[in-house]
Design a binder for this molecule. Structure first.
Ligand SMILES: [Zn+2]
Length: 230
Protein backbone atom coordinates (compact mmCIF):
# COMPACT_ATOMS: atom_id res chain seq x y z
CA UNK A 1 0.00 0.00 0.00
CA UNK A 2 2.77 2.37 1.01
CA UNK A 3 4.56 1.59 -2.24
CA UNK A 4 1.39 2.41 -4.16
CA UNK A 5 1.09 5.75 -2.37
CA UNK A 6 4.71 6.55 -3.16
CA UNK A 7 4.03 5.67 -6.79
CA UNK A 8 0.92 7.84 -6.96
CA UNK A 9 2.25 10.81 -5.05
CA UNK A 10 5.84 11.00 -6.24
CA UNK A 11 6.61 8.92 -9.28
CA UNK A 12 3.56 9.42 -11.49
CA UNK A 13 3.65 13.23 -11.39
CA UNK A 14 7.36 13.14 -12.29
CA UNK A 15 6.55 10.77 -15.12
CA UNK A 16 3.73 13.04 -16.35
CA UNK A 17 5.97 16.08 -15.99
CA UNK A 18 8.73 14.40 -18.02
CA UNK A 19 6.17 13.52 -20.70
CA UNK A 20 4.90 17.10 -20.69
CA UNK A 21 8.46 18.35 -21.02
CA UNK A 22 8.96 16.33 -24.20
CA UNK A 23 5.78 17.79 -25.67
CA UNK A 24 6.78 21.33 -24.73
CA UNK A 25 10.20 20.78 -26.30
CA UNK A 26 8.46 19.66 -29.49
CA UNK A 27 6.21 22.72 -29.56
CA UNK A 28 9.34 24.88 -29.83
CA UNK A 29 10.01 23.16 -33.15
CA UNK A 30 6.54 23.94 -34.48
CA UNK A 31 6.59 27.20 -36.39
CA UNK A 32 3.32 28.79 -37.42
CA UNK A 33 3.57 30.58 -40.76
CA UNK A 34 -0.07 31.72 -40.77
CA UNK A 35 -3.42 30.09 -41.54
CA UNK A 36 -2.88 26.28 -41.56
CA UNK A 37 0.77 26.48 -42.55
CA UNK A 38 3.21 24.99 -40.08
CA UNK A 39 6.88 24.15 -40.40
CA UNK A 40 7.71 21.31 -38.04
CA UNK A 41 11.33 20.44 -37.51
CA UNK A 42 12.31 17.02 -36.19
CA UNK A 43 13.94 14.03 -37.83
CA UNK A 44 12.58 15.59 -41.03
CA UNK A 45 11.36 19.04 -42.01
CA UNK A 46 7.61 18.83 -42.49
CA UNK A 47 5.32 21.52 -43.85
CA UNK A 48 1.54 21.49 -43.64
CA UNK A 49 -0.73 23.21 -46.17
CA UNK A 50 1.89 25.70 -47.43
CA UNK A 51 0.18 28.99 -48.28
CA UNK A 52 1.48 32.55 -48.76
CA UNK A 53 5.04 31.51 -47.94
CA UNK A 54 7.40 34.43 -47.66
CA UNK A 55 10.63 32.39 -47.74
CA UNK A 56 12.05 29.62 -49.86
CA UNK A 57 12.99 26.49 -47.97
CA UNK A 58 13.55 22.78 -48.43
CA UNK A 59 10.83 20.47 -47.09
CA UNK A 60 11.34 16.72 -46.72
CA UNK A 61 7.59 16.11 -46.45
CA UNK A 62 4.63 18.31 -47.35
CA UNK A 63 1.21 17.34 -46.00
CA UNK A 64 -1.83 18.81 -47.76
CA UNK A 65 -5.31 18.33 -46.33
CA UNK A 66 -7.54 19.22 -49.33
CA UNK A 67 -7.62 21.03 -52.63
CA UNK A 68 -8.94 24.47 -51.65
CA UNK A 69 -6.56 27.19 -52.84
CA UNK A 70 -5.54 28.22 -49.33
CA UNK A 71 -4.34 24.68 -48.56
CA UNK A 72 -3.29 23.24 -51.91
CA UNK A 73 -1.23 26.03 -53.47
CA UNK A 74 1.11 24.85 -56.26
CA UNK A 75 3.10 28.12 -56.24
CA UNK A 76 3.79 27.76 -52.53
CA UNK A 77 4.64 24.07 -52.84
CA UNK A 78 7.19 25.04 -55.48
CA UNK A 79 8.97 27.32 -52.99
CA UNK A 80 9.80 24.43 -50.65
CA UNK A 81 9.93 21.47 -53.02
CA UNK A 82 13.27 19.85 -53.81
CA UNK A 83 14.09 16.70 -55.80
CA UNK A 84 13.67 14.53 -52.68
CA UNK A 85 10.54 16.15 -51.27
CA UNK A 86 7.59 13.83 -50.79
CA UNK A 87 4.12 15.35 -50.90
CA UNK A 88 1.14 13.66 -49.28
CA UNK A 89 -2.18 14.99 -50.54
CA UNK A 90 -5.74 14.14 -51.48
CA UNK A 91 -6.14 13.05 -55.14
CA UNK A 92 -7.90 16.30 -56.19
CA UNK A 93 -4.93 18.31 -54.92
CA UNK A 94 -2.32 15.85 -56.26
CA UNK A 95 -3.64 16.54 -59.77
CA UNK A 96 -2.41 20.14 -59.45
CA UNK A 97 1.10 19.19 -58.34
CA UNK A 98 4.14 17.47 -59.79
CA UNK A 99 7.01 15.50 -58.29
CA UNK A 100 6.77 12.67 -55.78
CA UNK A 101 3.13 12.87 -54.67
CA UNK A 102 1.39 10.17 -52.61
CA UNK A 103 -2.38 10.31 -52.45
CA UNK A 104 -4.43 9.42 -49.39
CA UNK A 105 -7.98 9.09 -48.16
CA UNK A 106 -9.29 8.99 -44.58
CA UNK A 107 -8.08 5.86 -42.78
CA UNK A 108 -4.87 5.44 -44.78
CA UNK A 109 -1.62 4.88 -42.91
CA UNK A 110 1.72 5.40 -44.60
CA UNK A 111 5.35 5.79 -43.66
CA UNK A 112 7.34 8.40 -45.52
CA UNK A 113 11.09 8.53 -44.89
CA UNK A 114 10.61 7.01 -41.42
CA UNK A 115 7.71 9.29 -40.44
CA UNK A 116 4.43 7.53 -39.61
CA UNK A 117 1.48 9.38 -41.08
CA UNK A 118 -2.22 8.62 -40.70
CA UNK A 119 -4.88 10.35 -42.76
CA UNK A 120 -8.00 10.99 -40.67
CA UNK A 121 -11.47 12.29 -41.60
CA UNK A 122 -11.95 16.06 -41.90
CA UNK A 123 -15.34 17.47 -42.91
CA UNK A 124 -18.17 19.90 -42.17
CA UNK A 125 -21.31 18.91 -40.31
CA UNK A 126 -23.20 22.22 -40.23
CA UNK A 127 -22.03 23.97 -43.41
CA UNK A 128 -21.50 22.86 -47.03
CA UNK A 129 -17.88 23.73 -47.83
CA UNK A 130 -16.14 20.47 -46.95
CA UNK A 131 -18.57 17.59 -47.52
CA UNK A 132 -17.68 14.26 -46.01
CA UNK A 133 -17.94 12.44 -49.36
CA UNK A 134 -15.01 14.51 -50.69
CA UNK A 135 -12.77 12.30 -48.55
CA UNK A 136 -10.59 15.19 -47.47
CA UNK A 137 -8.25 14.61 -44.59
CA UNK A 138 -6.44 15.71 -41.48
CA UNK A 139 -3.18 14.05 -40.50
CA UNK A 140 -1.74 12.49 -37.37
CA UNK A 141 2.00 12.09 -37.77
CA UNK A 142 4.80 11.26 -35.38
CA UNK A 143 7.81 13.53 -34.96
CA UNK A 144 10.47 12.88 -32.28
CA UNK A 145 8.05 10.43 -30.65
CA UNK A 146 5.27 13.02 -30.43
CA UNK A 147 2.01 12.51 -32.27
CA UNK A 148 0.93 15.72 -33.96
CA UNK A 149 -2.57 16.18 -35.35
CA UNK A 150 -3.34 18.78 -38.00
CA UNK A 151 -7.10 18.90 -38.39
CA UNK A 152 -7.57 20.52 -41.81
CA UNK A 153 -10.84 22.35 -42.51
CA UNK A 154 -13.15 20.42 -40.25
CA UNK A 155 -16.02 20.77 -37.88
CA UNK A 156 -16.22 19.00 -34.56
CA UNK A 157 -16.78 15.40 -35.71
CA UNK A 158 -17.48 12.20 -33.74
CA UNK A 159 -14.33 10.47 -35.03
CA UNK A 160 -12.25 12.88 -32.96
CA UNK A 161 -12.93 10.86 -29.81
CA UNK A 162 -10.71 8.14 -31.26
CA UNK A 163 -7.84 10.39 -32.32
CA UNK A 164 -4.76 9.88 -30.20
CA UNK A 165 -2.26 12.71 -30.23
CA UNK A 166 0.06 14.73 -28.02
CA UNK A 167 -0.29 18.01 -29.88
CA UNK A 168 -3.44 19.08 -31.74
CA UNK A 169 -3.48 21.88 -34.32
CA UNK A 170 -7.12 22.94 -34.46
CA UNK A 171 -9.04 25.50 -36.54
CA UNK A 172 -10.96 28.05 -34.47
CA UNK A 173 -12.25 30.73 -36.86
CA UNK A 174 -15.75 29.49 -37.67
CA UNK A 175 -17.32 30.23 -41.13
CA UNK A 176 -15.65 27.35 -43.05
CA UNK A 177 -14.51 25.36 -40.01
CA UNK A 178 -15.25 24.98 -36.30
CA UNK A 179 -15.91 28.03 -34.18
CA UNK A 180 -13.74 28.55 -31.09
CA UNK A 181 -16.52 27.07 -28.94
CA UNK A 182 -16.78 23.97 -31.14
CA UNK A 183 -12.99 23.64 -31.15
CA UNK A 184 -13.09 23.58 -27.35
CA UNK A 185 -15.43 20.57 -27.50
CA UNK A 186 -13.10 18.94 -30.03
CA UNK A 187 -10.08 19.51 -27.79
CA UNK A 188 -11.89 18.04 -24.78
CA UNK A 189 -12.69 14.91 -26.84
CA UNK A 190 -9.22 14.55 -28.34
CA UNK A 191 -7.44 15.31 -25.04
CA UNK A 192 -4.05 16.36 -26.43
CA UNK A 193 -1.32 17.45 -24.02
CA UNK A 194 -1.11 20.72 -25.93
CA UNK A 195 -3.57 22.36 -28.32
CA UNK A 196 -2.51 25.03 -30.80
CA UNK A 197 -5.19 27.14 -32.52
CA UNK A 198 -4.91 27.82 -36.25
CA UNK A 199 -6.96 28.95 -39.27
CA UNK A 200 -7.32 32.57 -38.20
CA UNK A 201 -5.69 35.88 -39.06
CA UNK A 202 -5.49 35.22 -42.80
CA UNK A 203 -8.80 34.58 -44.55
CA UNK A 204 -11.28 34.45 -41.69
CA UNK A 205 -11.05 34.79 -37.93
CA UNK A 206 -8.75 36.76 -35.66
CA UNK A 207 -6.53 36.29 -32.64
CA UNK A 208 -9.66 36.85 -30.53
CA UNK A 209 -10.89 33.41 -31.66
CA UNK A 210 -7.62 31.85 -30.53
CA UNK A 211 -7.86 33.64 -27.17
CA UNK A 212 -11.48 32.57 -26.69
CA UNK A 213 -10.36 28.98 -27.33
CA UNK A 214 -7.47 29.28 -24.86
CA UNK A 215 -9.62 30.90 -22.14
CA UNK A 216 -12.28 28.20 -22.32
CA UNK A 217 -9.68 25.44 -21.95
CA UNK A 218 -7.83 27.06 -19.02
CA UNK A 219 -7.13 24.46 -16.34
CA UNK A 220 -8.19 21.63 -18.68
CA UNK A 221 -5.84 21.52 -21.65
CA UNK A 222 -2.71 23.58 -22.19
CA UNK A 223 -3.17 25.92 -25.15
CA UNK A 224 -0.24 27.60 -26.84
CA UNK A 225 -1.03 30.52 -29.14
CA UNK A 226 1.91 30.64 -31.50
CA UNK A 227 3.24 33.87 -32.91
CA UNK A 228 3.05 34.01 -36.67
CA UNK A 229 6.52 33.74 -38.18
CA UNK A 230 7.68 34.95 -41.56
ZN1 LIG B 1 -11.18 24.39 -47.26
Amino acid sequence: MKKLIILLVFILPVYAWAGGKEVRKMTKNIHWLGHDTFKIVGEKTIYTDPFKLRKKDKADIILITHEHYDHCSPEDVEKIQGPDTVIVATPDCAGKLSGNVKTVKPGDKINISGIDIEAVPSYNTNKPFHPRHNNWVGYIFTVEGQRIYIAGDTDYIPEMKDFKCDIALLPVSGTYVMTAEEAVKAALDIKPKVAIPMHYGSIVGSKKDAEKFADALKGKIEVIILKEEG
